[in-house]
Write a protein that binds this ligand. Structure first.
Ligand code: IMP
Ligand code: MG
Length: 187
């Protein structure tokens, strides 16, 4: 895609290209396929941000998976979470005794996932692991580490490949740093 295109104009820079993403997702798929050999994991995508990563990752898995989605909102400003998490869409099926692999777009403070881990344990999951596309360890406010992460990134607000700002930019094929002028506007 032309990097001068409309959807790229609000970026400061590209952080991860679509080629780098594809290579990393493929390698992650191979690793998860090995780690879950003989199992039938449930891939749990966290809406909406994880959808692009989720749909690419699931096609790299040579495993009999099933899929589930949850939607959660965490309150706060547009670029900071408060840790108060609310479930907007819960699981569709019973997960008692199942091996759950959470598929998330990004771990920032870690509060969303900390909350979800508690919820899934309460629902009777046998095992729970986390696969995240992006990890921002510098921003962590709770003790939480992903089992799988494609990229560790610096403390910057990023968009693309499913990640949004104010509902937009999810359809960028690459991951880019959003220009601060976009979210620092006060009017
Ligand atoms: P946490 O609870 O602070 O770990 O926040 C996780 C959620 O915040 C993610 O699922 C994203 O929806 C959102 N988020 C955190 N950092 C970014 C970012 O840099 N770009 C877009 N969304 C983000
Ligand atoms: Mg999100």
């Amino acid at each position: 895609m032309d990097h001068n295109a409309v959807i790229y104009k609000d970026l400061d820079r590209i952080l991860v290209t679509k080629e780098e993403i594809a290579a990393s997702v493929k390698a992650l798929g191979e690793q998860i396929t090995r780690d879950y050999a003989g199992k039938e994991p449930v891939l749990l995508g966290i809406l909406n941000g994880a959808i692009v990563f989720f749909s690419d990752l699931m096609r790299e898995l040579d495993l009999p998976v099933s899929i589930e989605f949850m939607a959660v909102s965490s309150y706060g400003s547009a670029t900071e979470s408060t840790g108060v998490v609310q479930i907007r869409k819960d699981l569709d099926h019973d997960i008692t005794g199942k091996d759950i692999l959470i598929v998330e777009d990004i771990i920032d403070s870690g509060m969303t996932l900390k909350f979800l881990l508690g919820h899934l344990k309460y629902k009777g999951a046998k095992s729970i692991r986390i696969a995240t596309l992006l990890d921002k360890p510098a921003r962590r406010r709770v003790d939480l580490k992903p089992d799988y992460a494609c990229f560790q990134i610096p403390d910057a607000f990023v968009v693309g490949y499913g990640l949004d700002y104010d509902g937009k930019y999810r359809n960028l094929p690459d991951i880019g740093v959003l220009a601060p002028r976009i979210y620092e506007q006060t009017d």
